[in-house]
Write a protein that binds this ligand. Structure first.
Ligand code: DGP
Ligand code: NA
Ligand code: NA
Length: 210
């Protein structure tokens, strides 16, 4: 593989209904309008056979031990690593809704420790930026369709939010905490500004690992 121009790897994280989906779409539209080849993905990717098990778990039609579902979410990311590497090296910028930080946040919220949760994420391709949409979970339930899936309970979302805040304190240089209570357009301006700058910096920068 020649040291060509690779794509950037952008990830959105946050509690359920924090606005990730809207902001991912706006960022994809923005980068596309700048002529940058862009691909949007999200995890869990429910189409694969592992993804279908995850979907059954999330929709409460299947129960699994916390450890088992944790490893399935991680395996779901691993099964898309070759595709992610291939796309990035071909020059496509990826915008990914949820990644390893969801894995850590949602399982730590159940009481498992950081090292155990992070271990299966090690070696996955490292994002160039994580946009963490920070919002108080209490605001989220008004955004519609809240409460249908397994984790969409206010008490649990509070725990998830707490873990996300602690992850942010770990000095990951690529972690961008964004106040998600701002209007959609303002949020987008902030995020696209950071993304556009990073987009120019990834040229020639090799892919790194978590
Ligand atoms: P979404 O499709 O973004 O609404 O995500 C579905 C749900 O799955 C959401 O409540 C967050 C949760 N989730 C996403 N990734 C992981 C993960 O790696 N581990 C666990 N335990 N939950 C996750
Ligand atoms: Na959700
Ligand atoms: Na999503």
């Amino acid at each position: 593989m020649s040291a060509g121009k690779r794509g950037a790897f952008f990830v959105f994280e946050g509690c359920d209904r924090s606005g990730k989906t809207t902001q991912s779409r706006l960022l994809a539209e923005f980068l596309t309008s700048k002529g940058i080849p862009t691909l949007s993905m999200n995890f869990p990717e429910r189409e694969s056979s592992i993804g279908q098990v995850i979907n059954s778990y999330l929709t409460n039609s299947k129960d699994l031990p916390d450890e088992v579902i944790h490893l399935m979410f991680a395996a779901n990311r691993w099964e898309y690593m070759n595709k992610i590497r291939r796309e990035l090296l071909a020059g496509t910028t990826l915008i990914v809704d949820r990644y390893s930080y969801s894995g850590v946040a949602y399982t730590m919220a159940k009481g498992l420790d950081f090292d155990w949760c992070y271990a299966p994420e090690r070696g996955l391709i490292k994002p160039d930026a994580v946009f963490f949409l920070k919002t108080a979970p209490v605001n989220l339930s008004s955004r519609g369709k809240y409460g249908e899936e397994r984790y969409e309970k206010l008490e649990f979302q509070h725990k998830v939010a707490e873990v996300y805040n602690r992850i942010g304190e770990r000095e990951f240089s690529y972690w961008h905490e964004i106040d998600a209570s701002q209007p959609v357009a303002e949020l987008h301006t902030k995020i696209s500004g950071i993304a556009e700058k990073l987009q120019q910096q990834v040229e020639g920068k090799p892919l790194d690992k978590l």
